[in-house]
Write a protein that binds this ligand. Structure first.
Ligand SMILES: Cc1cc2nc3c(=O)[nH]c(=O)nc-3n(C[C@H](O)[C@H](O)[C@H](O)COP(=O)(O)OP(=O)(O)OC[C@H]3O[C@@H](n4cnc5c(N)ncnc54)[C@H](O)[C@@H]3O)c2cc1C
Length: 318
């Protein structure tokens, strides 16, 4: 049976939801081995029992969240060369993509990034050019290294009892220059306890139509347990942090539900949200291009529509 490696993405002692999605994609292909880079693996191994994995390899000596991508990629590349899995799956985060790219170079393997689907025959689907083109591709050389966007597959509850193997890595044996992360800038976040933008099942985004007042957008997001996104017009104006920008030069999201409030639907914004499963827009201009791609549209002033929607949702909850 084919072997598949998945890279466990974790932060603050918890495995991300995107990792469970990798396991489900991996299961389509063969036996799933989860690679965990952590010195504190017990809570992670416990969380792994709710995911579709057969084996776990714990790499002690390097923590995924505190080391740069280079040493992680080098160790992954060694494991790929040793075990010859047919695929290595990674979540499409900045760090995940760097690990994937470096591992591809080190193992002379093909790389596909930002896939939204992967078949049992390792055919990946990508949605490109702002979602206007769908590409199906397959790696033809080496291990198929594929990064997958989060929210690409519905996570099903499962239980597993992975066989655990521990590998202790001596950092002394690695190039010291590759061990440190360089922090270029740190941006204050205003997540306010909300889910991470790229992982959230629901995203409520605000644009220039908010005129700088994100209060109704945040209130609606909170009533739905959603993350808050923003158009570039809103982030460039300083109304919301750039870390929340959705689009070509921002983050790519693919939630179950995307609500665009006061956003016109420029191609660069679409590029970051067009693969959302359901799209709803609130815009006072009935001719706004966003209405071309919505499942449901409300022509109206967001300052009137959003509070009513929020009140309706909260009243259903109480
Ligand atoms: C290279 C490049 C990269 C870019 N990358 C990105 C990117 O990553 N993400 C991104 O978003 N953009 C990006 N842009 C910018 C993009 O082209 C648009 O300018 C931007 O998306 C517009 O943001 P907006 O929809 O909020 O503003 P606008 O286009 O000004 O639209 C505002 C909308 O709000 C509506 N509105 C106004 N008041 C209300 C109200 N009270 N209630 C309801 N509706 C109201 C208006 O009818 C209008 O449709 C990029 C541009 C370039 C050139």
């Amino acid at each position: 049976m084919s072997q598949v490696f998945i890279l466990v993405d974790h932060a603050g002692g918890h495995i991300t939801k995107a990792t469970s999605e990798l396991a489900l994609f991996g299961k389509r292909i063969g036996e799933v081995t989860a690679l965990i880079f952590s010195n504190e693996s017990s809570p992670l191994l416990e969380e792994l029992t709710t995911m579709a994995v057969d084996r776990a390899v714990v790499i002690e000596g390097i923590n995924f969240d505190s080391y740069s991508a280079a040493p992680v990629a080098r160790i992954v590349a060694n494991l790929i060369s040793e075990k010859s899995p047919s695929a290595f799956l990674v979540s499409s985060t900045v760090k995940g993509k760097e690990v994937a790219a470096r591992a591809a170079v080190l193992t002379n393997s093909g790389l596909i990034t930002d896939a939204i689907d992967l078949t049992s025959e390792l055919v990946a689907t990508q949605s490109i050019f702002g979602g206007s083109t769908t590409v199906h591709s397959q790696v033809t050389h080496g291990c198929a290294i594929v990064t997958l966007r989060s929210n690409s597959i519905e996570v099903e509850a499962t239980t597993s009892n992975p066989v655990v193997e521990t590998v202790v890595v001596s950092v002394d044996s690695l190039d010291p220059s590759a061990l440190l992360d360089q922090v270029i800038s740190l941006e204050a976040t205003v997540s306010g306890g909300r889910p991470e933008l790229t992982e959230a099942a629901i995203v409520v985004s605000g644009g220039r139509g908010t005129n700088g007042d994100f209060t109704p957008v945040e209130a609606l997001a909170d009533s739905l347990g959603a993350a808050v996104g923003a158009s570039r017009a809103a982030t460039d104006a300083g109304w919301y942090p750039h870390s929340h920008q959705v689009g070509q030069t921002g983050k790519t999201v693919s939630p179950q539900l995307y609500l665009a409030c006061g956003i016109s639907g420029a191609i660069q914004h679409r590029a970051g949200m067009q693969t959302s499963k359901m799209i709803i827009a609130v815009n006072k201009d009935a001719e706004a291009p966003i209405f071309d791609l919505v499942d449901f549209g409300v022509v109206g002033d967001l300052f009137a529509v959003l509070p009513q929607a929020t009140a309706g949702i909260l009243s259903k909850k109480s």
